[in-house]
Design a protein around this ligand. Structure first.
Ligand code: FMN
Length: 194
């Protein structure tokens, strides 16, 4: 049977509606990105775990692999907080830390692992990696939660609402940045000639 990729992609679309901001620190350098692949990874309430999948193309991937720490932040949909959420999304998800510091422009404090906590986030879990799974173009990281705070009483923003509020020029830049990332993923999965 031929694979119906359209059916597969429709089935899988939107499974994880919350964009998260992932930060980390490695060798004294802080960085971070946006991710739509975050989830919970434990059924034990007194020993929570979080997971996320990071593409090898991204600088944050190599930093988490090396340092073994990450902070996963939810973003707020609150009326007075949504602009700060979009600022975090655009800052971390619009370009790579390879091209210059992204964290310095955000309000932060240092977490127990040394990674930056985003003070304008809705909430966060700070994690130490317990295991990772190499899946060719990306790595799935699972971490023990070692610290957590909820800063906001508002609801958490979903990606549909965020996209509807993002400036068109930023989306254009994001789409352009996505092209080499997708090619890198194909190179890792199928070899360089694809
Ligand atoms: C809404 C959104 C979701 C994203 N989801 C992921 C993801 O799940 N995994 C990933 O590796 N990159 C994801 N990205 C892309 C990275 O955030 C982006 O490539 C970033 O610039 C990488 O920065 P870095 O090179 O400093 O790590 C997403 C971006 C956006 C805006």
């Amino acid at each position: 049977m031929t694979l119906d990729t359209d059916a597969a992609n429709r089935t899988l679309a939107g499974l994880r509606p919350f964009p998260v901001a992932i930060t980390t620190v490695d060798g004294g350098v802080a960085n971070g990105l946006m991710s739509l692949s975050a989830g919970t990874a434990s059924i034990i309430p007194e020993a929570p775990r979080a997971m996320c999948g990071l593409t090898k193309y991204n600088k944050t991937h190599d930093m988490v692999l090396n340092s073994g720490v990450f902070v996963m932040h939810m973003l707020s949909a609150g009326e007075d907080e949504v602009d700060a959420s979009l600022n975090i999304l655009m800052t971390l998800g619009g370009r790579s830390g390879r091209d210059g510091d992204k964290i310095g422009g955000l309000r932060t404090k240092t977490g127990v692992t040394g990674a930056p906590i985003l003070l304008d986030a809705h909430s966060y879990v700070e994690c130490e990696v317990v295991s990772s799974l190499d899946v060719q173009e990306s790595t799935i990281f699972v971490g023990d939660v070692v610290a957590s705070e909820v800063f906001s009483a508002a609801s958490r923003i979903k990606i549909g609402e965020a996209w509807s509020k993002l400036p068109a020029e930023w989306i254009e830049q994001y789409d352009a940045n996505h092209i080499p990332q997708l090619q890198s993923a194909k190179d890792h999965r199928f070899g360089r000639q694809n």
